[in-house]
Design a protein around this ligand. Structure first.
Ligand SMILES: [Zn+2]
Length: 459
């Protein structure tokens, strides 16, 4: 079929015939049921069985049971290629680099370090929001493995920096480093999630630094226009990534973008099709289905639904990534079931459980009295607001936040949300859809406006 019709057409034919995996099936929350057949799934069912040299990382702060991903060193070597091509396209090969990324079990920090070593530009500084020291420190085995990797790198003559704990409210430390590099070298690159990059920029502005010459590169949450604008207003540049740990890079920021999240799809390592899917009631989105093509991929995926959707387009931008052969662009990528803020994710079904069960049991009222809202505040940070109907009697709003955070589990998620003070309570009636439904997660209309590819089933 591939020989006759190509990869994407084959995958679409398979999808039509029922050969696909939903997001919940992939996460082993439900067995695969097609016609009369039932395939039960273990959590690690999609692990690539052919990996030989790997470490285990946990995907960024999903609630309940995180996805464990085996990161093979050959996979990192493959991925490093895209790091180098992206730097080349943006003219930042070899500039001084730093990262503000966690230590293990968050695999993004050590992965960035090792790929940097592979392309001959090891980051000079490793700032970590959750780290080796302080009261929010990682478990002993994770600290041990992190330090072992750093030490072995140094023994082999690679100057890997020791992670330095910098909590989210101390972005000024990173801003200071950026200002120092700009003074000494005229340019630098910082790897951080977009809201963390924004924190650095706000700290820099407060200190009176101009960040012209600095480049921020990151993924992990949608780089919304509000956030990107605040970053580039400091004089810095923003390069988006689209990454998830199970497959590595999905998209690399275009060097001649039409907006703040214009990506070149990594079509040599992944195949991607779209398929319509109802979400949260009546909306239909064109969900992304991924298929891995490289033998080093952490997971073996065939038409696996991610909970993202967006626009796939072929457009000639004229940047170097296009010349390298990455001719497909991805734009307006949004998650339809996750809330993302501060680079961590809250999965829909967990939210629903909290709204439907945990909160009414503790504070009274019904599931209709609670709703999550995702919105951006004046500084461009994504805020998670919990709308609580004024009808519910609550003496202490902080207690509500505490109950939600406790129900989320997952230490890293909670720690980041707490530090970021991301979750707020607002006394208001939950917002209902045009059909009178109250959805567990309401995305404020700013997001809806950019979702041009979607159709509203209500219409
Ligand atoms: Zn481009």
């Amino acid at each position: 079929m591939v020989r006759n019709g190509g990869v994407e057409r084959t995958l679409r034919t398979l999808r039509d015939a029922g050969v696909y995996v939903t997001y919940d099936e992939y996460r082993a929350r439900a067995p695969i049921v097609r016609a009369s057949g039932v395939i039960p799934l273990r959590p690690r069912a999609f692990d690539n069985p052919f990996l030989s040299h790997y470490y285990k990382a946990k995907s960024s702060g999903t609630t309940g049971r995180p996805v464990v991903v085996n990161i093979d060193l050959h996979h990192l070597a493959d991925q490093a290629t895209y790091d180098l091509l992206t730097r080349h396209a943006h003219g930042v090969v070899g500039v001084p680099e730093a990262l503000w990324r966690g230590t293990l079990p968050d695999g993004s920090g050590i992965g960035t370090i090792l790929r940097g070593a592979r392309i001959g530009n090891v980051p000079r500084k490793w700032f970590s929001p959750i780290g080796a020291t302080g009261d929010r420190r990682a478990a002993f085995k994770h600290r041990f493995v992190t330090q072992f990797v750093v030490l072995m790198g140094r023994v082999c003559g690679v100057p890997i920096p020791w992670p330095e704990t910098v909590p989210l409210d101390r972005a000024a430390v990173v801003a200071q480093w950026v200002a120092g590099m700009l003074k000494a070298h005229g340019s630098c690159l910082v790897r951080a999630h977009v809201s963390m990059a924004l924190r650095i920029c706000l700290a820099a502005r407060q200190a009176g630094f101009n960040l012209t010459g600095a480049t921020f590169l990151g993924g992990g949450e949608p780089p919304t226009p509000g956030k990107v604008l605040q970053i580039i207003e400091t004089g810095a540049r923003w390069i988006p990534w689209y990454v998830f740990s199970e497959v590595g890079r999905v998209g690399m920021g275009c060097a001649r973008p039409v907006d703040g999240n214009d990506l070149h799809f990594r079509k040599d390592g992944l195949a991607l099709i779209q398929y319509p899917r109802p979400v949260l009631g009546s909306r239909i989105v064109n969900a992304f289905y991924f298929t891995t093509l490289l033998p080093t991929a952490p997971k073996v995926l065939l038409n696996v639904e991610s909970d993202d959707y967006g626009v796939i387009e072929q457009r000639s931008c004229g940047c170097l990534l296009e010349q390298y052969g990455f001719t497909d662009h991805l734009r307006q990528v949004r998650s339809f079931r996750k809330l993302t803020g501060e680079g961590v994710t809250l999965v829909g079904s967990d939210m629903e459980r909290i709204l439907d069960e945990v909160l009414p049991a503790r504070f009274g009222g019904s599931p209709l009295d609670y709703q999550f809202l995702e919105e951006e505040d004046a500084d461009g940070f994504t805020r998670l607001t919990l709308a609580v109907s004024p009808k519910v009697q609550i003496a202490d709003e902080a207690a509500v936040v505490e109950v939600v955070l406790r129900a989320l589990g997952g230490d890293n998620v909670r720690s980041l949300l707490e530090q970021a003070k991301t979750l707020r309570v607002k006394r208001m009636e939950p917002i209902s859809s045009s059909r009178g439904k109250i959805l567990p997660l309401h995305l404020l209309s700013r997001f809806e406006a950019s979702d041009k590819d979607t159709t509203d089933g209500d219409a």
